[in-house]
Design a protein around this ligand. Structure first.
Ligand code: NCD
Length: 321
């Protein structure tokens, strides 16, 4: 595989290969020296046309831990503000010898356009395109669930809130289905996409009835910046019906996890005490994101054939000279 554009591009074996590779690379995060020489001399460009904290830093850390050279490009302050097209930006990156381009773009389909073009021969990784997809987020979410719950076959995952505008939800639905999990999308009718019946997942407008039967509840941010109409009466009304607070959290089974891709609207879709509770794995999602993105870059650039076991040396004990 050359690009990572959609979570739906991965079959079960490929998805498990990424997750297993990430598992191996995750060990590095707990070592004093977190770096591998694997991608030395390769160039990874972070091409961000939309704001991001976690995803950009995470891809940057991932590429650096594999010893790649990293170029960060954000549209703000670049010639994009002077009207430069995606094509000309891509040609510039190609001229600089990019081996991988990590793209975040407000337009759904922009990474696909780049990958399908002959503007650039680099691997393209989709870091979130419009309301469409965010495959590495879905992979890091699955990775985090798997660490706590084991294999995801038959696990019940509720994805709650602004599904309509969420690329995280779309990618999660695709990947979780591939991994055999049972997904329920929960939200007000106005925030569930038209045609959701064809996604072959369960849907519900009633969060309280779903929570007791859930292994993982993934809360989504209400994406006000993508809303150009009133999708619910008021913020208070929304959090009363769809916000996860301590009372609702108590309805979850004891082993259930609370997740959120970030950035959170504390007090809106999730209360501060739930976000900071022991069931919340939100900070861990960020840590795991680096390992998963390392795995994605590793598999795309070093090739699926190169065994990660050879790349990650056994940690020597301190006594060994
Ligand atoms: C998400 C995104 O940008 O799609 N965040 C992320 O990547 N961690 C979700 C969001 O913006 O709500």
């Amino acid at each position: 595989m050359k690009h990572l554009l959609s979570a739906g591009d991965l079959d079960r074996d490929e998805a498990l290969l990424v997750l297993d590779t990430a598992e191996k690379l995750r060990e590095l995060a707990d070592r004093p020296i977190k770096k591998l020489p694997t991608l030395r001399g390769r160039t990874v460009v972070n091409l961000f046309f939309e704001d991001s904290t976690r995803t950009r830093i995470s891809f940057e850390a991932a590429a650096k831990r594999l010893s790649a050279d990293v170029i960060n490009f954000s549209a703000k302050g670049s010639s994009v503000e002077k009207g430069e097209s995606l094509k000309d930006t891509a040609l510039t990156l190609a001229a600089m010898g990019a081996d991988a381009v990590v793209v975040r773009h407000p337009a759904s389909g922009a990474p696909h356009r780049l990958a399908a073009s002959d503007w650039i021969s680099a691997s393209v990784l989709n870091a979130g395109d419009g309301t469409h997809e965010h495959p590495t987020q879905a992979l890091l979410d699955a990775f985090t669930m798997r660490r706590h719950l084991g294999e995801l076959e038959g696990r019940r995952i509720a994805i709650v809130g602004d599904v309509l505008h969420s690329r995280v939800a779309r990618s999660n639905v695709l990947l979780l289905q591939t991994l055999g999990a049972d997904v329920t999308l929960v939200g007000p009718p106005t925030l569930l996409p038209v045609g959701v019946e064809q996604w072959s997942v369960a849907t519900s407008y009633d969060l309280d009835s779903v929570l007791p039967k859930t292994d993982v509840v993934m809360m989504l941010r209400v994406q006000r910046e993508r809303m150009n109409a009133a999708f619910f009466p008021s913020a208070r009304e929304y959090s009363r019906r769809y916000g996860l607070d301590a009372v609702r959290m108590a309805a979850l089974p004891d082993h259930a996890l609370v997740m959120h891709p970030g950035p959170m609207n504390r007090g809106m879709e999730i209360s501060a005490d739930v976000a900071d509770s022991t069931r919340s794995v939100i900070v861990e999602q960020v840590t795991n994101g680096v390992a998963v993105r390392m795995a994605a870059l590793y598999l795309l650039l070093a090739g699926a054939g190169s065994a990660v076991d050879d790349a990650v040396p056994e940690q020597r004990s301190r006594e060994t000279p």
